[in-house]
Every structure is written in C-alpha cells, then in structure tokens.
Design a binder for this molecule. Structure first.
Ligand code: FEO
Length: 398
C-alpha cells in the first residue's frame, strides 16, 4: 500500500502496510500490521520515524508523492526499535538532514544499532520544543513505553500527537483512520496489542496518562506508529489504556492446558464445569489450538488463571513451558491461580505449575489436583470441586 494520506493540512502519513507479517517476536499478527511514518511540510520539512528496513521503498515512494526526499530538513526518531528505525541509515544517506532529533536514550540506542557517530544528533527531553516554522513540536519522553528511548512528538498548533508505539495496534488495512474501520474489531486489536506489549508497564501508563493530563494537551488526532490513526474521538483509546492498565479483573477464569493422551484435558473440562457451575465466565484454552498471544489477551481481564499440564520427563509439556515463559515476562497483576495435571509415574507437573504461578506473583489459592493416568469419576469430581472453590474465591474478590 503506497498511498500517502493527509491527516491535517501539511501533515502526511507516509508509512507502509505489511499485509504478510504473522509473527512479531512471539506475538501472532494474523492480520498484519502497518509501520507509520509522518511527513510534516513546513519551513523545516520534517519526517517523524521511518519504517521496517524491508519497506524502505514504500516510505520513499510516499515521500516522493509530496516532496523530493533530499528536501527534508529534520528526521525525528521517536523510537529505535527496528520496525521504526530500520530505514534510518538509508534515509540519512538520501536526506542528509540538518538534524536527527531524538531523546538522549534514543541517541544511545541509535549508536548501539547503527554505529554512526557522525550523524547530526540533536538530543531533546520532555517539555523541549523545536520550531518548524509555522508549527512547534513539543517532545515528551515516554521511557520504557516500551523501550528506554521511546518518545512522543506533539504538534502543538495542529493538536496532533505522534505517539510512537503507544495507542497502536497490529492490523493491516487500506484505511488510515479509526472512523473508516469496524470499531469493535479495532478495539479487539488494540486490546491484544496492549496485553502483549504494554501490560508490564501498566503503572508507567497510569503515570503517563496523569502527566499528559497535567500538561493539558489538546488532542485532535493521535497518530501511532502502528495501525489506524485516531481522529474520531481520539480520547477513547486513552480511556481504554487507562482502564486496561488498572488491571481490574472481571469474574472470569481461564483454564489453560496442554495434554498428552487427553487425561489432562478431561481434568480441564471438569475444572471448567466447576467454575461455570459457580457462576464464573470461563474459557477453556487448549494450547495446541490457541496462540500464546491470544491467551494473554483473554488473561488481561480474567481473575483466575488455572494451568493444566501432563507430566513429561519429570517436567511439564513444552507448550505450557512456552506459555509460562511468555506470561511471566508480561507480569499480569491481581490474579488468583491453581494447577492440575495427569501423570504416569513421577507427577511433578502440578508442583512445577504452582511454583511458576507463585513466581508470577499469582496468588495460588488451591493446592491443585494431580491424578495418575486416566482419571476416574472420583478424580474428575476433585477437579469439579476445585473449580467450584475457585469460583467462590473469585466471587469474594471481584
Ligand atoms: Fe513498533 Fe517498539 O516498535
């Protein structure tokens, strides 16, 4: 997709649409993504961010529709992760800008990635402003949202916030604005993006929303580096981030499992039966059928996380190990948990799952159920009872 779009007079989307990417270091992007870059025409022509290296020609093509790239005066790098800075080296050669504007940590990250001491770095910090002519850009550092170098650029006169990764989503579309796409699907993509990328930084997001509120920025448009641009009620995505980052759970439980010969699956269904009987909305998530990043999206608003795995070679099944590794890094808060699993002769899985839950600071509220080989009715009854007990605890807490 190589059609640049004017967001406001003189402010152009010049990014790239990646229809084919399906894996973003572990996050499933089943509908692709976009790498957004923005070109501002003023006395100082300024390019905000670039695109993933393999899309540099798309970026150039879009810029050429507006201006000869060599006429760009400033390049702003809001974030150095290669999906946005991957074309910086080529663009620096073509543009030869007067200034390469970034945060102090952005400069360090650019040096660490591209090893170019000779670029014309101009380091900016929160509150600092640069005039482009008719327009003023104000910079707001957003450290660890989600890299140390991350930064927002705010075009004051136009009330346009170029928000880097924040408020984005992975969704390849021919449309560029939020009012042109299905709003329910849009929010689903945003929720998945939040859960899989920003969840560990929830407390920083709460602080950022408060700080931006104190700055009293008028926001007509929020232009993230992924997905569609928020021009209709842009504050809806800020409100959603406020809600998600509070991590207030609902009366919802996830029973996440992998199974060897279906015994652990029988147990999973029995645990889910107990939860449903107890009045809790429950999702049964077989890890062979559900991608880790979709599980995390469901986890965002769940109160209980119940893990099930058969014992394999004194450990747990590999898909569950993968799930735990991924979940641990995302640091979900305010959860209760429990574990279950079938075993043949040694039976370590439940103990290992409980330990993993504790390491994730999930409150383990039940010792778990471990059954040998194929469960009998009495064994499954223990699982149903565990589900019932968890349901009772969820209702006490939510
Ligand atoms: Fe879209 Fe952190 O890069």
């Amino acid at each position: 997709m190589r059609s640049n779009v004017e967001i406001k007079e003189g402010i152009h989307w010049v990014g790239a649409v990646d229809w084919s990417v399906r894996d973003f270091h572990g996050y499933s992007t089943m509908k692709g993504t976009t790498y957004n870059a923005y070109l501002v025409m003023d006395e100082k022509v300024t390019l905000f961010d670039t695109v993933k290296h393999s899309f540099k020609n798309d970026l150039l093509h879009c810029i050429y529709k507006v201006i000869e790239p060599s006429k760009i005066d400033y390049l702003v790098v809001n974030h150095v992760e290669p999906d946005h800075s991957g074309s910086v080296a080529e663009m620096m050669e073509i543009i030869k800008p007067e200034k390469l504007i970034c945060s102090a940590r952005g400069k360090k990250a650019l040096l660490d990635h591209y090893h170019r001491e000779d670029w014309p770095y101009e380091v900016v910090s929160t509150g600092q402003e640069i005039s482009l002519g008719k327009r003023t850009v104000q910079f707001i550092e957003t450290r660890m949202l989600h890299w140390p170098d991350s930064m927002f650029s705010y075009l004051k006169e136009d009330a346009v916030l170029i928000s880097s990764d924040a408020f984005g989503h992975h969704w390849a579309t021919s449309e560029r604005f939020n009012d042109q796409v299905n709003s329910s699907e849009l929010m689903d993509h945003c929720k998945k993006y939040f859960a899989n990328i920003l969840l560990p930084y929830s407390s920083l997001i709460q602080k950022l929303i408060a700080d931006v509120g104190k700055l009293g920025l008028k926001l007509d448009v929020i232009a993230p580096d992924h997905g569609v641009i928020w021009r209709e009620n842009p504050m809806q995505i800020v409100a959603a981030y406020d809600q998600w980052s509070k991590q207030i759970p609902k009366r919802k439980a996830l029973v996440i499992y992998d199974t060897m010969w279906n015994s652990t699956e029988k147990m999973a269904k029995a645990v889910a039966d107990g939860l449903v009987e107890g009045g809790i909305s429950t999702q049964l998530l077989d890890l062979r059928a559900n991608h880790r990043s979709d599980v995390i999206t469901e986890l965002l608003e769940a109160k209980a996380v119940v893990l099930g795995s058969s014992t394999l070679n004194n450990g747990i099944l590999p898909k569950m190990a993968d799930m735990i590794c991924y979940m641990k890094g995302l640091r979900p808060a305010n959860k209760i948990g429990a574990a279950f699993g079938s075993f043949g002769w040694s039976g370590e899985a439940v103990r290992l799952l409980n330990t993993a839950l504790e390491e994730m600071k999930v409150n383990v509220v039940h010792p778990g159920v471990s059954l040998q080989f194929v469960p009998k009715h009495e064994g499954l009854h223990q699982c149903v009872n565990m589900g019932r007990e968890l349901a009772k605890i969820i209702k006490e807490k939510v």
